[in-house]
Design a protein around this ligand. Sequence first.
Ligand SMILES: Cc1cc2nc3c(=O)[nH]c(=O)nc-3n(C[C@H](O)[C@H](O)[C@H](O)COP(=O)(O)OP(=O)(O)OC[C@H]3O[C@@H](n4cnc5c(N)ncnc54)[C@H](O)[C@@H]3O)c2cc1C
Length: 490
Amino acid sequence: MTMMPEHDAEVVIAGAGPAGLWLAAELRLAGVPTIVLEQAPERGPYTRGLGVHARTLEVLAMRGAADTLVRQGRKMPRWHFGMLPSLVDFSVLDTPFPFVLAYPQPLLEDLLERRATELGTTVLRGYTVTGLSQDESSVRIEAACPSGPRAFTASFAVGCDGAHSTVREAAGIGFPGTDSSLFGYLGDVTLDAPPEHGTVTIASRGGTLIIAPLPDGRFRVSGFDPKGQDPGVTLTINRLRASVQRAAGRDFGLRDATWMSRFGNATRQAENYRSGRVLLAGDAAHIHMPAGGVGLNVAVQDAMNLGWKLAAVVQDRAADDLLDTYHAERHPVGADLLNNTLAQTALIAAFSAEGLALRDVLADLMNRTPDMSAHLAADMSGLAVSYPPADLAAHPLTGQRAPDQPADGTSLFPLLADGRAVLLDFRGTLDRAVKTARDLGIPTRTADAWPGQHDVGAAIIRPDGYVWWATEHADDTVTAALHALGARFP
Ligand SMILES: Cc1cc2nc3c(=O)[nH]c(=O)nc-3n(C[C@H](O)[C@H](O)[C@H](O)COP(=O)(O)OP(=O)(O)OC[C@H]3O[C@@H](n4cnc5c(N)ncnc54)[C@H](O)[C@@H]3O)c2cc1C
Protein backbone atom coordinates (compact mmCIF):
# COMPACT_ATOMS: atom_id res chain seq x y z
CA MET A 1 0.00 0.00 0.00
CA THR A 2 1.27 3.46 -0.75
CA MET A 3 1.56 6.07 1.97
CA MET A 4 -1.56 8.17 2.41
CA PRO A 5 -0.61 11.84 2.18
CA GLU A 6 -2.18 12.59 5.54
CA HIS A 7 -0.04 10.02 7.33
CA ASP A 8 2.74 11.31 9.56
CA ALA A 9 4.78 8.20 8.76
CA GLU A 10 4.29 4.71 7.39
CA VAL A 11 5.20 3.23 10.78
CA VAL A 12 4.97 4.80 14.22
CA ILE A 13 6.89 2.94 16.93
CA ALA A 14 6.13 3.50 20.61
CA GLY A 15 9.28 3.21 22.72
CA ALA A 16 12.96 3.89 22.08
CA GLY A 17 14.34 0.84 23.89
CA PRO A 18 16.40 -1.82 22.12
CA ALA A 19 13.36 -3.28 20.29
CA GLY A 20 12.03 0.07 19.05
CA LEU A 21 15.40 1.42 18.00
CA TRP A 22 16.52 -1.69 16.11
CA LEU A 23 13.15 -1.97 14.41
CA ALA A 24 13.35 1.68 13.37
CA ALA A 25 16.84 1.12 11.93
CA GLU A 26 15.66 -1.92 9.98
CA LEU A 27 12.65 -0.06 8.57
CA ARG A 28 14.76 2.92 7.56
CA LEU A 29 17.33 0.62 5.94
CA ALA A 30 14.51 -0.37 3.60
CA GLY A 31 13.51 3.28 3.20
CA VAL A 32 10.27 3.20 5.23
CA PRO A 33 9.29 6.57 6.76
CA THR A 34 9.37 5.86 10.50
CA ILE A 35 8.78 7.87 13.68
CA VAL A 36 9.66 6.69 17.20
CA LEU A 37 7.72 8.21 20.12
CA GLU A 38 9.57 7.90 23.44
CA GLN A 39 8.11 9.08 26.72
CA ALA A 40 11.46 9.69 28.45
CA PRO A 41 12.92 13.14 27.66
CA GLU A 42 16.36 11.54 27.83
CA ARG A 43 17.86 8.09 28.26
CA GLY A 44 18.26 6.90 31.86
CA PRO A 45 21.84 6.16 32.99
CA TYR A 46 21.17 2.77 34.63
CA THR A 47 22.10 -0.58 33.19
CA ARG A 48 19.25 -3.07 33.22
CA GLY A 49 20.46 -5.38 30.48
CA LEU A 50 24.14 -6.20 30.65
CA GLY A 51 24.60 -9.45 28.75
CA VAL A 52 24.57 -9.33 24.96
CA HIS A 53 24.34 -12.84 23.53
CA ALA A 54 25.81 -14.35 20.35
CA ARG A 55 22.74 -14.20 18.13
CA THR A 56 22.24 -10.51 18.92
CA LEU A 57 25.86 -9.88 17.97
CA GLU A 58 25.31 -11.86 14.76
CA VAL A 59 22.21 -9.76 14.01
CA LEU A 60 24.21 -6.57 14.52
CA ALA A 61 27.11 -7.97 12.50
CA MET A 62 24.80 -8.65 9.55
CA ARG A 63 24.29 -4.89 9.35
CA GLY A 64 27.91 -3.99 10.09
CA ALA A 65 26.99 -2.71 13.55
CA ALA A 66 28.75 -5.15 15.93
CA ASP A 67 32.36 -3.94 15.87
CA THR A 68 32.14 -1.12 18.43
CA LEU A 69 30.28 -3.31 20.91
CA VAL A 70 32.69 -6.19 20.61
CA ARG A 71 35.67 -3.83 20.92
CA GLN A 72 34.33 -2.03 24.00
CA GLY A 73 32.47 -4.83 25.79
CA ARG A 74 33.88 -7.43 28.14
CA LYS A 75 33.82 -10.96 26.73
CA MET A 76 32.60 -13.59 29.16
CA PRO A 77 33.15 -17.12 27.80
CA ARG A 78 31.20 -18.55 30.76
CA TRP A 79 27.89 -17.35 32.12
CA HIS A 80 25.31 -18.70 34.54
CA PHE A 81 22.09 -20.66 34.23
CA GLY A 82 19.89 -20.42 37.32
CA MET A 83 22.90 -19.18 39.33
CA LEU A 84 24.17 -22.79 39.41
CA PRO A 85 27.75 -23.14 40.64
CA SER A 86 28.89 -24.66 37.29
CA LEU A 87 28.82 -22.00 34.65
CA VAL A 88 27.61 -22.63 31.10
CA ASP A 89 30.48 -22.68 28.58
CA PHE A 90 29.65 -20.40 25.65
CA SER A 91 33.12 -20.74 24.10
CA VAL A 92 32.04 -23.95 22.32
CA LEU A 93 29.41 -22.16 20.23
CA ASP A 94 29.89 -22.22 16.47
CA THR A 95 29.71 -18.48 15.86
CA PRO A 96 32.11 -15.57 15.39
CA PHE A 97 30.98 -14.52 18.91
CA PRO A 98 31.46 -17.50 21.27
CA PHE A 99 30.86 -15.56 24.50
CA VAL A 100 28.37 -13.39 26.36
CA LEU A 101 29.37 -9.76 26.01
CA ALA A 102 29.03 -7.52 29.06
CA TYR A 103 27.91 -4.24 27.52
CA PRO A 104 25.68 -1.79 29.42
CA GLN A 105 22.19 -1.35 27.97
CA PRO A 106 22.31 2.49 27.84
CA LEU A 107 25.48 2.33 25.71
CA LEU A 108 23.87 -0.23 23.43
CA GLU A 109 20.78 1.98 23.12
CA ASP A 110 23.02 4.98 22.28
CA LEU A 111 24.55 2.97 19.50
CA LEU A 112 21.22 1.73 18.17
CA GLU A 113 19.70 5.21 18.31
CA ARG A 114 22.64 6.68 16.44
CA ARG A 115 22.22 4.08 13.70
CA ALA A 116 18.44 4.59 13.53
CA THR A 117 18.74 8.38 13.26
CA GLU A 118 21.65 8.23 10.81
CA LEU A 119 19.40 6.11 8.60
CA GLY A 120 16.71 8.80 8.86
CA THR A 121 14.44 7.83 11.77
CA THR A 122 12.78 10.67 13.67
CA VAL A 123 12.98 9.94 17.42
CA LEU A 124 10.66 12.25 19.35
CA ARG A 125 11.49 12.30 23.07
CA GLY A 126 9.03 13.47 25.70
CA TYR A 127 6.17 11.97 23.63
CA THR A 128 4.02 9.51 25.61
CA VAL A 129 1.63 7.30 23.68
CA THR A 130 -1.71 7.40 25.49
CA GLY A 131 -3.95 5.38 23.19
CA LEU A 132 -4.64 4.26 19.64
CA SER A 133 -7.39 3.19 17.30
CA GLN A 134 -7.29 1.53 13.88
CA ASP A 135 -9.46 1.04 10.84
CA GLU A 136 -8.90 -0.79 7.59
CA SER A 137 -6.37 1.62 6.18
CA SER A 138 -4.57 3.29 9.06
CA VAL A 139 -3.74 3.58 12.74
CA ARG A 140 -4.27 6.72 14.78
CA ILE A 141 -1.84 7.06 17.70
CA GLU A 142 -2.69 9.50 20.50
CA ALA A 143 0.25 11.01 22.36
CA ALA A 144 0.91 13.47 25.15
CA CYS A 145 3.60 15.70 23.68
CA PRO A 146 5.64 18.56 25.17
CA SER A 147 3.29 21.00 23.40
CA GLY A 148 0.11 19.17 24.47
CA PRO A 149 -1.96 16.26 23.13
CA ARG A 150 -1.43 15.25 19.51
CA ALA A 151 -2.48 12.44 17.17
CA PHE A 152 -0.22 10.71 14.64
CA THR A 153 -1.49 8.60 11.76
CA ALA A 154 0.39 5.76 10.14
CA SER A 155 -0.12 2.59 8.15
CA PHE A 156 1.13 0.51 11.09
CA ALA A 157 1.95 1.06 14.76
CA VAL A 158 4.37 -1.09 16.72
CA GLY A 159 4.34 -1.29 20.51
CA CYS A 160 7.95 -1.49 21.68
CA ASP A 161 6.89 0.29 24.85
CA GLY A 162 8.00 -2.27 27.38
CA ALA A 163 6.34 -4.37 30.06
CA HIS A 164 3.46 -1.97 30.77
CA SER A 165 2.78 -1.39 27.08
CA THR A 166 0.04 1.17 26.40
CA VAL A 167 -0.08 -0.01 22.78
CA ARG A 168 -0.76 -3.60 23.83
CA GLU A 169 -3.56 -2.49 26.11
CA ALA A 170 -5.09 -0.04 23.62
CA ALA A 171 -5.06 -2.73 20.92
CA GLY A 172 -6.92 -5.07 23.30
CA ILE A 173 -4.25 -7.76 23.16
CA GLY A 174 -4.42 -10.10 26.17
CA PHE A 175 -1.30 -10.55 28.31
CA PRO A 176 -1.96 -13.70 30.32
CA GLY A 177 0.47 -15.00 32.93
CA THR A 178 1.41 -14.58 36.55
CA ASP A 179 2.37 -11.65 38.77
CA SER A 180 5.57 -11.41 40.78
CA SER A 181 5.73 -13.66 43.82
CA LEU A 182 9.53 -13.68 44.25
CA PHE A 183 11.88 -10.70 44.27
CA GLY A 184 15.56 -10.51 43.44
CA TYR A 185 17.98 -7.65 44.04
CA LEU A 186 20.84 -6.08 42.20
CA GLY A 187 23.48 -3.46 42.86
CA ASP A 188 26.25 -2.04 40.67
CA VAL A 189 29.00 -1.58 43.23
CA THR A 190 32.67 -1.30 44.02
CA LEU A 191 34.11 -4.41 45.71
CA ASP A 192 37.28 -3.87 47.79
CA ALA A 193 37.75 -7.64 48.09
CA PRO A 194 36.28 -9.07 44.87
CA PRO A 195 36.21 -12.79 44.04
CA GLU A 196 39.42 -13.97 42.38
CA HIS A 197 37.96 -15.33 39.14
CA GLY A 198 35.56 -13.32 36.97
CA THR A 199 31.94 -14.36 37.33
CA VAL A 200 31.08 -16.24 40.52
CA THR A 201 27.82 -17.86 41.68
CA ILE A 202 27.09 -18.74 45.28
CA ALA A 203 24.16 -20.54 46.92
CA SER A 204 23.50 -21.34 50.56
CA ARG A 205 20.55 -21.57 52.89
CA GLY A 206 21.00 -17.78 53.20
CA GLY A 207 20.37 -17.03 49.51
CA THR A 208 21.71 -17.19 45.96
CA LEU A 209 24.11 -14.69 44.49
CA ILE A 210 25.98 -13.93 41.29
CA ILE A 211 28.89 -11.50 41.10
CA ALA A 212 29.85 -10.40 37.60
CA PRO A 213 32.52 -7.88 36.57
CA LEU A 214 31.28 -4.76 34.76
CA PRO A 215 33.30 -3.37 31.84
CA ASP A 216 34.36 -0.35 33.97
CA GLY A 217 36.04 -2.40 36.71
CA ARG A 218 33.11 -2.37 39.14
CA PHE A 219 30.83 -5.34 39.76
CA ARG A 220 27.19 -6.27 39.50
CA VAL A 221 25.96 -8.23 42.51
CA SER A 222 22.59 -9.77 41.93
CA GLY A 223 20.76 -12.39 43.89
CA PHE A 224 17.83 -13.71 45.77
CA ASP A 225 17.45 -13.37 49.54
CA PRO A 226 14.67 -15.40 51.19
CA LYS A 227 14.66 -12.82 54.00
CA GLY A 228 14.30 -9.91 51.58
CA GLN A 229 10.98 -10.70 49.96
CA ASP A 230 8.87 -7.71 51.03
CA PRO A 231 8.34 -5.76 47.79
CA GLY A 232 7.49 -2.63 49.78
CA VAL A 233 10.95 -2.35 51.35
CA THR A 234 13.40 -0.01 49.58
CA LEU A 235 16.81 -1.50 48.86
CA THR A 236 19.62 0.35 50.66
CA ILE A 237 23.37 -0.27 50.59
CA ASN A 238 23.13 -1.81 54.08
CA ARG A 239 20.32 -4.18 53.02
CA LEU A 240 22.25 -5.10 49.87
CA ARG A 241 25.38 -5.81 51.95
CA ALA A 242 23.35 -7.89 54.43
CA SER A 243 21.82 -9.99 51.62
CA VAL A 244 25.26 -10.65 50.10
CA GLN A 245 26.63 -11.51 53.56
CA ARG A 246 23.77 -13.95 54.22
CA ALA A 247 24.31 -15.78 50.93
CA ALA A 248 28.13 -15.78 50.84
CA GLY A 249 29.19 -15.43 54.46
CA ARG A 250 31.16 -12.29 53.53
CA ASP A 251 30.44 -8.96 51.85
CA PHE A 252 33.46 -8.62 49.49
CA GLY A 253 34.06 -5.07 50.74
CA LEU A 254 30.92 -3.92 48.96
CA ARG A 255 30.43 -0.13 48.80
CA ASP A 256 29.40 2.84 46.64
CA ALA A 257 26.41 1.50 44.72
CA THR A 258 25.74 3.56 41.59
CA TRP A 259 22.44 1.73 41.08
CA MET A 260 20.36 -0.59 43.22
CA SER A 261 17.10 -2.16 42.20
CA ARG A 262 14.78 -5.03 42.85
CA PHE A 263 13.09 -7.14 40.21
CA GLY A 264 10.27 -9.67 40.25
CA ASN A 265 9.35 -12.87 38.47
CA ALA A 266 6.18 -11.64 36.74
CA THR A 267 5.83 -13.89 33.68
CA ARG A 268 3.44 -12.99 30.90
CA GLN A 269 3.17 -13.23 27.13
CA ALA A 270 0.96 -11.38 24.66
CA GLU A 271 -1.71 -13.67 23.22
CA ASN A 272 -0.99 -12.34 19.79
CA TYR A 273 1.94 -10.29 18.51
CA ARG A 274 -0.35 -8.75 15.90
CA SER A 275 -3.79 -7.24 15.92
CA GLY A 276 -4.54 -5.85 12.46
CA ARG A 277 -2.26 -2.85 11.94
CA VAL A 278 -0.75 -3.04 15.42
CA LEU A 279 2.23 -5.23 16.30
CA LEU A 280 4.19 -5.84 19.49
CA ALA A 281 7.89 -6.53 20.04
CA GLY A 282 10.25 -6.97 22.99
CA ASP A 283 9.07 -6.62 26.58
CA ALA A 284 5.70 -5.36 25.31
CA ALA A 285 5.19 -8.91 24.05
CA HIS A 286 6.83 -10.94 26.86
CA ILE A 287 8.03 -10.37 30.41
CA HIS A 288 9.86 -12.71 32.77
CA MET A 289 12.41 -12.78 35.58
CA PRO A 290 15.64 -11.30 34.13
CA ALA A 291 17.48 -14.59 34.72
CA GLY A 292 20.34 -15.44 32.40
CA GLY A 293 20.22 -11.97 30.79
CA VAL A 294 18.20 -12.76 27.70
CA GLY A 295 15.27 -10.27 27.48
CA LEU A 296 17.05 -7.49 25.63
CA ASN A 297 18.44 -10.01 23.19
CA VAL A 298 15.05 -11.46 22.37
CA ALA A 299 13.74 -7.90 21.97
CA VAL A 300 16.37 -7.11 19.30
CA GLN A 301 15.73 -10.43 17.57
CA ASP A 302 11.95 -9.80 17.54
CA ALA A 303 12.68 -6.50 15.83
CA MET A 304 15.01 -8.18 13.31
CA ASN A 305 12.31 -10.70 12.40
CA LEU A 306 9.64 -8.01 12.07
CA GLY A 307 11.63 -5.28 10.32
CA TRP A 308 12.07 -6.70 6.82
CA LYS A 309 8.57 -8.19 6.80
CA LEU A 310 6.90 -4.94 7.80
CA ALA A 311 8.99 -3.02 5.27
CA ALA A 312 8.03 -5.44 2.49
CA VAL A 313 4.31 -5.20 3.33
CA VAL A 314 4.34 -1.41 3.70
CA GLN A 315 6.14 -1.04 0.38
CA ASP A 316 3.73 -3.41 -1.35
CA ARG A 317 6.45 -5.94 -2.11
CA ALA A 318 4.74 -8.68 -0.13
CA ALA A 319 1.22 -9.78 0.74
CA ASP A 320 -0.13 -8.74 4.12
CA ASP A 321 -0.05 -12.33 5.44
CA LEU A 322 3.76 -12.18 5.56
CA LEU A 323 3.20 -10.20 8.76
CA ASP A 324 1.32 -13.12 10.31
CA THR A 325 4.53 -15.14 10.11
CA TYR A 326 6.00 -12.70 12.66
CA HIS A 327 3.66 -14.01 15.34
CA ALA A 328 3.95 -17.58 14.08
CA GLU A 329 7.76 -17.48 14.28
CA ARG A 330 8.40 -15.30 17.32
CA HIS A 331 5.60 -16.30 19.71
CA PRO A 332 7.10 -19.79 20.22
CA VAL A 333 10.52 -18.18 20.85
CA GLY A 334 8.91 -15.97 23.52
CA ALA A 335 7.19 -19.00 25.06
CA ASP A 336 10.54 -20.84 25.24
CA LEU A 337 12.09 -17.77 26.88
CA LEU A 338 9.39 -17.75 29.56
CA ASN A 339 9.85 -21.46 30.16
CA ASN A 340 13.63 -21.11 30.40
CA THR A 341 13.45 -18.22 32.89
CA LEU A 342 10.78 -19.98 35.00
CA ALA A 343 13.11 -22.97 35.27
CA GLN A 344 16.00 -20.68 36.24
CA THR A 345 13.82 -18.94 38.83
CA ALA A 346 13.00 -22.29 40.43
CA LEU A 347 16.74 -22.94 40.80
CA ILE A 348 17.56 -19.43 41.99
CA ALA A 349 14.91 -19.62 44.71
CA ALA A 350 15.75 -23.17 45.84
CA PHE A 351 16.91 -22.86 49.48
CA SER A 352 15.51 -25.95 51.11
CA ALA A 353 17.90 -28.84 51.65
CA GLU A 354 16.12 -30.53 48.72
CA GLY A 355 16.45 -27.47 46.50
CA LEU A 356 20.14 -27.05 47.25
CA ALA A 357 20.68 -30.77 46.56
CA LEU A 358 18.90 -30.41 43.21
CA ARG A 359 21.20 -27.53 42.33
CA ASP A 360 24.25 -29.63 43.23
CA VAL A 361 23.10 -32.58 41.15
CA LEU A 362 22.38 -30.38 38.13
CA ALA A 363 25.67 -28.51 38.47
CA ASP A 364 27.53 -31.81 38.66
CA LEU A 365 25.69 -33.11 35.58
CA MET A 366 26.60 -29.96 33.72
CA ASN A 367 30.27 -30.42 34.64
CA ARG A 368 30.31 -34.04 33.56
CA THR A 369 28.15 -33.67 30.45
CA PRO A 370 29.54 -30.98 28.15
CA ASP A 371 26.58 -31.53 25.80
CA MET A 372 24.20 -30.31 28.47
CA SER A 373 26.15 -27.10 28.87
CA ALA A 374 26.40 -26.73 25.08
CA HIS A 375 22.62 -27.09 24.66
CA LEU A 376 21.95 -24.49 27.35
CA ALA A 377 24.47 -22.14 25.71
CA ALA A 378 22.81 -22.61 22.31
CA ASP A 379 19.39 -21.89 23.81
CA MET A 380 20.40 -18.84 25.85
CA SER A 381 22.54 -17.36 23.09
CA GLY A 382 19.61 -17.49 20.64
CA LEU A 383 21.65 -19.57 18.20
CA ALA A 384 19.29 -22.54 18.61
CA VAL A 385 16.31 -20.57 17.29
CA SER A 386 14.92 -21.84 14.01
CA TYR A 387 11.65 -21.42 12.18
CA PRO A 388 10.62 -24.89 11.02
CA PRO A 389 8.54 -24.84 7.83
CA ALA A 390 4.98 -26.15 7.74
CA ASP A 391 5.86 -27.99 4.50
CA LEU A 392 7.37 -31.29 5.58
CA ALA A 393 8.85 -31.81 2.11
CA ALA A 394 10.91 -28.63 2.42
CA HIS A 395 14.69 -28.90 2.36
CA PRO A 396 15.98 -29.64 5.91
CA LEU A 397 17.80 -26.29 6.01
CA THR A 398 14.59 -24.30 5.56
CA GLY A 399 14.05 -22.01 8.54
CA GLN A 400 17.51 -22.73 9.97
CA ARG A 401 19.97 -20.02 10.98
CA ALA A 402 22.48 -19.37 8.21
CA PRO A 403 25.98 -19.33 9.72
CA ASP A 404 28.52 -16.73 8.67
CA GLN A 405 29.98 -19.00 6.00
CA PRO A 406 32.52 -18.00 3.33
CA ALA A 407 30.76 -16.46 0.32
CA ASP A 408 31.76 -14.31 -2.62
CA GLY A 409 35.30 -13.67 -1.38
CA THR A 410 34.00 -12.44 1.97
CA SER A 411 31.43 -14.08 4.25
CA LEU A 412 27.66 -14.20 4.41
CA PHE A 413 26.98 -11.60 7.10
CA PRO A 414 28.49 -8.61 5.24
CA LEU A 415 26.44 -9.64 2.19
CA LEU A 416 23.28 -8.98 4.21
CA ALA A 417 24.33 -5.44 5.19
CA ASP A 418 21.72 -3.72 3.01
CA GLY A 419 18.90 -5.74 4.57
CA ARG A 420 18.02 -7.65 1.40
CA ALA A 421 17.70 -11.36 0.79
CA VAL A 422 20.65 -13.09 -0.90
CA LEU A 423 20.69 -16.08 -3.24
CA LEU A 424 23.72 -18.28 -2.55
CA ASP A 425 24.91 -20.32 -5.52
CA PHE A 426 27.06 -23.24 -4.36
CA ARG A 427 27.72 -24.76 -7.77
CA GLY A 428 28.06 -21.78 -10.06
CA THR A 429 25.39 -23.22 -12.36
CA LEU A 430 22.49 -20.83 -11.81
CA ASP A 431 22.34 -19.02 -15.13
CA ARG A 432 18.60 -18.46 -15.48
CA ALA A 433 17.99 -18.21 -11.76
CA VAL A 434 20.55 -15.43 -11.48
CA LYS A 435 18.63 -13.37 -14.01
CA THR A 436 15.29 -14.02 -12.29
CA ALA A 437 16.83 -13.11 -8.95
CA ARG A 438 18.23 -9.90 -10.40
CA ASP A 439 14.80 -8.98 -11.76
CA LEU A 440 13.39 -9.49 -8.26
CA GLY A 441 16.13 -7.38 -6.68
CA ILE A 442 17.83 -10.33 -5.00
CA PRO A 443 21.61 -10.37 -5.48
CA THR A 444 23.24 -13.72 -6.23
CA ARG A 445 26.53 -14.62 -4.57
CA THR A 446 28.74 -17.61 -5.09
CA ALA A 447 29.69 -19.80 -2.16
CA ASP A 448 31.83 -22.92 -1.76
CA ALA A 449 29.71 -25.34 0.26
CA TRP A 450 27.24 -25.18 3.10
CA PRO A 451 29.08 -25.92 6.36
CA GLY A 452 28.40 -29.40 7.74
CA GLN A 453 26.80 -32.36 6.04
CA HIS A 454 24.05 -30.70 4.02
CA ASP A 455 23.93 -31.17 0.28
CA VAL A 456 22.92 -27.76 -1.03
CA GLY A 457 23.02 -26.46 -4.57
CA ALA A 458 21.44 -23.10 -3.83
CA ALA A 459 19.86 -21.35 -0.86
CA ILE A 460 17.95 -18.12 -0.42
CA ILE A 461 18.88 -16.36 2.81
CA ARG A 462 16.28 -14.04 4.32
CA PRO A 463 17.29 -10.51 5.31
CA ASP A 464 17.31 -11.65 8.97
CA GLY A 465 19.81 -14.43 8.32
CA TYR A 466 17.58 -17.52 8.20
CA VAL A 467 17.22 -19.90 5.26
CA TRP A 468 14.05 -19.08 3.35
CA TRP A 469 14.44 -21.86 0.84
CA ALA A 470 17.14 -24.32 -0.25
CA THR A 471 17.58 -27.03 -2.84
CA GLU A 472 19.99 -29.78 -3.74
CA HIS A 473 19.32 -29.17 -7.42
CA ALA A 474 20.04 -26.19 -9.58
CA ASP A 475 18.80 -23.69 -12.11
CA ASP A 476 15.24 -24.77 -13.00
CA THR A 477 14.21 -25.49 -9.43
CA VAL A 478 15.67 -22.23 -8.19
CA THR A 479 14.08 -20.22 -10.98
CA ALA A 480 10.69 -21.75 -10.17
CA ALA A 481 11.16 -21.11 -6.47
CA LEU A 482 12.16 -17.52 -7.08
CA HIS A 483 9.02 -16.99 -9.11
CA ALA A 484 6.92 -18.54 -6.36
CA LEU A 485 8.62 -16.58 -3.58
CA GLY A 486 9.49 -13.50 -5.56
CA ALA A 487 6.67 -11.27 -4.44
CA ARG A 488 7.69 -11.84 -0.86
CA PHE A 489 11.22 -10.55 -1.06
CA PRO A 490 12.70 -7.15 -0.48
C1 LIG B 1 17.39 -5.92 36.56
C2 LIG B 1 17.34 -6.27 35.12
C3 LIG B 1 18.44 -6.86 34.51
C4 LIG B 1 18.38 -7.23 33.19
N1 LIG B 1 19.46 -7.81 32.60
C5 LIG B 1 19.41 -8.19 31.30
C6 LIG B 1 20.56 -8.73 30.63
O1 LIG B 1 21.64 -8.89 31.18
N2 LIG B 1 20.43 -9.07 29.32
C7 LIG B 1 19.26 -8.91 28.67
O2 LIG B 1 19.19 -9.29 27.50
N3 LIG B 1 18.18 -8.36 29.26
C8 LIG B 1 18.22 -7.98 30.54
N4 LIG B 1 17.14 -7.41 31.12
C9 LIG B 1 15.92 -7.21 30.33
C10 LIG B 1 16.02 -6.02 29.40
O3 LIG B 1 16.36 -4.86 30.11
C11 LIG B 1 14.69 -5.85 28.67
O4 LIG B 1 14.25 -7.10 28.20
C12 LIG B 1 14.84 -4.89 27.49
O5 LIG B 1 15.06 -3.57 27.94
C13 LIG B 1 13.60 -4.92 26.61
O6 LIG B 1 13.73 -3.98 25.60
P1 LIG B 1 12.44 -3.29 24.97
O7 LIG B 1 12.94 -2.35 23.94
O8 LIG B 1 11.46 -4.32 24.60
O9 LIG B 1 11.77 -2.50 26.18
P2 LIG B 1 12.35 -1.34 27.09
O10 LIG B 1 13.82 -1.39 27.17
O11 LIG B 1 11.59 -1.41 28.37
O12 LIG B 1 11.98 -0.02 26.31
C14 LIG B 1 10.67 0.46 26.28
C15 LIG B 1 10.72 1.94 26.01
O13 LIG B 1 9.39 2.41 25.83
C16 LIG B 1 9.21 3.62 26.53
N5 LIG B 1 7.78 3.76 26.80
C17 LIG B 1 7.04 3.07 27.70
N6 LIG B 1 5.75 3.45 27.64
C18 LIG B 1 5.68 4.40 26.66
C19 LIG B 1 4.62 5.14 26.12
N7 LIG B 1 3.37 5.00 26.56
N8 LIG B 1 4.89 6.03 25.15
C20 LIG B 1 6.16 6.19 24.67
N9 LIG B 1 7.21 5.49 25.17
C21 LIG B 1 6.97 4.59 26.13
C22 LIG B 1 10.09 3.47 27.76
O14 LIG B 1 10.43 4.73 28.30
C23 LIG B 1 11.28 2.72 27.18
O15 LIG B 1 12.27 3.61 26.70
C24 LIG B 1 17.19 -7.01 32.45
C25 LIG B 1 16.10 -6.40 33.05
C26 LIG B 1 16.17 -6.03 34.37
C27 LIG B 1 14.97 -5.37 35.02
